[in-house]
Design a protein around this ligand. Structure first.
Ligand SMILES: [Cu+2]
Length: 141
């Protein structure tokens, strides 16, 4: 693919292009957006496949971005189980798709359901609800 070899630069380029587009009005701007979207997402854009790893020292990364409809996989690399759940604590109602991950034994991984609603989804480890190192956020955009 033409655009794959310098994704970081392309990501920057997209940002610059999008900022430049703010000063352009009307149909030409829409056309530019249409053409630019053909380049695919750089590291600055949302992606469909993201993995968050859980270890004894917490979740990594704590903040990820996915496109609406995407999923996030949680991998338990700790020696003990974790249960990844949607915020708020106890209720788990903000982003129910996260509850699809649920209980993970050591070495297990599982994906969320499709994250269809554009919002910030906080998550936590239900077996360590008060421990901040097992909390994070998924920005669905
Ligand atoms: Cu919980």
């Amino acid at each position: 693919m033409l655009h794959r070899h310098t994704p970081r630069h392309l990501g920057m380029l997209h940002l610059l292009m999008r900022q430049a587009l703010l000063s352009v009005s009307g149909w030409s701007a829409l056309l530019w957006l249409f053409l630019a979207s053909g380049c695919g997402g750089g590291p600055s854009g949302p992606t469909a496949d993201v993995t968050i790893t859980v270890t004894a020292s917490g979740v990594t990364p704590t903040d990820v971005r996915v496109a609406a409809g995407g999923r996030v996989t949680f991998l338990n690399n700790d020696a003990r189980p974790h249960a990844m759940s949607s915020d708020p604590i106890q209720l788990h109602t903000d982003c129910p798709a996260i509850n699809d991950v649920g209980f993970l034994n050591p070495g297990q991984s599982r994906a969320t359901g499709a994250l269809n609603v554009k919002r910030t989804c906080g998550f936590h480890d239900h077996t360590n609800e008060s421990d901040p190192i097992f909390k994070g956020r998924i920005l669905v955009e």
